[in-house]
Design a protein around this ligand. Structure first.
Ligand code: DX5
Ligand code: ZN
Length: 221
């Protein structure tokens, strides 16, 4: 599965706020709603203070969906684990520039495996830290909350960084935001040139996921 071409607005539901005991059903609901991407948050308790899922769970998810598996690595030493996520069936891998001294090598590793690549920054990292790498990536992730937990409020200043990244890359790349995205904040992000909206609690925190997705889609424009 490949990321949709840049330009169309895509909502990428984060399963962090889903019921992990019923992941297949949760993912099938967002797939039935017509979405293309599912966002998988990988946390190691070291790069961030939370622990979530690893390659075995990604491999299990691969067996139950055709959605693009968008793996957001919030882990230290990402180069050590990228091959495991490739083997698990990831389609797109994003790592944090704060977690490595050699982003170019990691992007090459991801591309050589046939996947699309992404780089990300935390809210306290300047957009300029991405500049050397953005042209080599298919999608750039600007975190709009401190990585680690769902359900936080979007930090407004981060949207200015998303706009700065859009000016760096032009229209050809996907720009993704992650954290605090709902029907109120989605249009603020798309107004800055963001075309990929990760949403966790705004979808899986609602009993009617399809209605929640439609509300964000309508608001995002
Ligand atoms: C946070 C994760 C997000 C998280 C977003 O570190 O990267 O993907 O699930 O959750 P919401 O949409 O609830 O802010
Ligand atoms: Zn994420």
């Amino acid at each position: 599965m490949r990321l949709p071409e840049a330009g169309s607005i895509q909502i990428a539901p984060s399963i962090l706020s889903a019921n992990f005991a019923r992941l297949a059903e949760e993912i099938n609901v967002v797939e039935a709603a017509g979405l293309s991407i599912v966002h998988l948050d990988i946390m190691d308790g070291h790069f961030v203070s939370n622990i979530t899922i690893g390659p075995p769970v990604v491999a299990s998810i691969r067996t139950c969906t055709d959605l693009v598996l968008d793996c957001h690595l919030m882990i230290s030493d990402p180069q050590r684990y990228i091959p495991d996520f490739v083997s698990a069936g990831a389609d797109h891998i994003t790592f944090h520039v704060e977690a490595t001294d050699c982003p170019g090598d990691l992007i090459a590793m991801i591309h050589e495996a046939g996947l699309t690549a992404g780089v990300s920054i935390r809210p306290d990292t300047a957009a300029s830290a991405l500049k050397a790498w953005v042209q080599d990536c298919e999608m750039i992730l600007v975190m709009t909350v401190q990585p680690g937990f769902g359900g936080q409020a979007l930090i407004p200043e981060t949207l200015e960084k998303a706009a700065a990244v859009r000016s760096m890359v032009g229209p050809e790349k996907r720009i993704q935001v992650d954290g605090g995205i709902d029907e109120t904040t989605a249009p603020l992000a798309t107004a800055q040139g963001v075309d990929t909206l990760v949403a966790g609690s705004a979808i899986f925190g609602k009993s009617d996921r399809a209605a929640a997705i439609a509300a964000i889609q309508n608001a995002a424009g």
